[in-house]
Design a protein around this ligand. Sequence first.
Ligand SMILES: Cc1cc2nc3c(=O)[nH]c(=O)nc-3n(C[C@H](O)[C@H](O)[C@H](O)COP(=O)(O)OP(=O)(O)OC[C@H]3O[C@@H](n4cnc5c(N)ncnc54)[C@H](O)[C@@H]3O)c2cc1C
Length: 468
Amino acid sequence: MAELQPDYSGFFRYPEARIAALAAELGRLDPSMPLLGAEAPAELERLSRDYSDYSPVLVERLRGCRAQLVASASSLEQVRLVAGACARHGIALTVRGAGTGNYGQCVPLQGGLVLDLCGLDRLRHVDAATGVIEVEAGSLMGGLNQQLEPLGRALRLVPSTARSATIGGFIAGGSGGIGSLRWGFLRDPGNLLGLEVVTVEPEPRLLRLDAAASTPLNHAYGTNGILTALRLPTTELVAWQQLVVGFDSWDRALAAAQALLGTAFQLQALTLLAAPIAQQLPWPGGCPAPLAAEQRLLLLAAPDALEVLPAWLAALGGQIHWQAPQGGSRGLPLRELSWNHTTLHWRARNPDWTYLQMLLPQPEAPCLDLLRERWGDDLLWHLEAVRQQGGARLAALPLLRWRGEEALERLMADCRQAGAVIFNPHVISVEDGGLGVVDADQVAAKAAHDPAGLLNPGKLGGWLSSPG
Ligand SMILES: Cc1cc2nc3c(=O)[nH]c(=O)nc-3n(C[C@H](O)[C@H](O)[C@H](O)COP(=O)(O)OP(=O)(O)OC[C@H]3O[C@@H](n4cnc5c(N)ncnc54)[C@H](O)[C@@H]3O)c2cc1C
């Protein structure tokens, strides 16, 4: 740290001479690898950003954090060259996929080098008997699903950003999304079978980790190893049907969502949107705009559910307004109105709003009623169904009118008091965004794979506080 220099914004940066020496070595080792430095400030800025601007808190904290060098690797050998050179020069290395994370996960807090892995994007192998795939970390999930489709397979879980985000970034920085109702969260045992990892050492090692050894690198923000390939289970391809269901009251819509969790209808996703949110979303082509007080339930349902589902929903007060096969509709797919896409669309019209993430207690209604009473129109409800520890539950990503950090703290205290478990999206460390506890295995993996602590510095709280 002593050798780092503060820049104009107060953040620490490496002296330019050290960055130039690193760039010169990389250029010598592989002249074909794209490198961007001080001559391309706009690109350095772009490749240092993600979607953390959802959080006014993070916007302030991350202001001025910028890479000093960006390398784009498209082969394992290039990843090893970059890892080895950063280790020999003692310069921080932050890995980047598509940069769609929401918590500043790929923003380099100390400058240094950003390694863009989008070029490492081959589907290496599909096991015809089991459907298990081995895929390179920079592969986009939408493209991956297109490659799997002719084989009758699909990824179990994708974020709503599947079209633009990488599978390596999802495992390192994401948590769940479309498919979480069936398959739970990414860290649930069985969702990640193995990893290929490059260490950050003067002579980097290429490791192949089994499922157990991979667990500490799952959702560690790329702080304890560079993921170059992943082994993942896939699931059978289902021709999901997109359904938009309207309800004239929140209570009826919530009751229907809860009841759906106890049925045998095969669902891939269930999103419930309060009327003010539904009013402002860009609905797919052919889908009527909602009426003023209409709450909307969005479903991805298996075709065999459709014989019974319409009448079942009607009995609970729900009316299907629109239906189309996934992949066969105009405009945005329903997937891109759910999870943090809901927040994206809302903020496009209401930039002074932010959001929160939580798992709701069961039953949900008392907690929601209390918060609705206390926070009124400042808090708008967006729920997603998930499977957690084997049971179906409702999570929430409510939209929040921004009234400052003190109000945010008060809201989180109210949510906890009402029994919700908060996953705070306004913090930068792995631990603070999770359950707030240090995972000793994550820290041990960092010691083993990144002994000098160069990978994405500042994001693993357990490493910062460890005695060594
Ligand atoms: C509109 C919107 C909707 C979203 N919806 C969801 C959702 O439904 N579910 C969800 O979980 N998230 C969601 N996100 C967050 C984000 O899109 C996903 O987590 C996504 O999978 C991240 O992939 P990425 O390629 O953009 O990763 P990046 O943002 O580039 O990186 C994420 C983290 O992973 C690390 N990383 C990336 N690649 C590697 C690698 N090869 N090795 C080691 N570390 C690596 C980075 O350093 C960083 O810490 C959403 C974001 C937005 C903006």
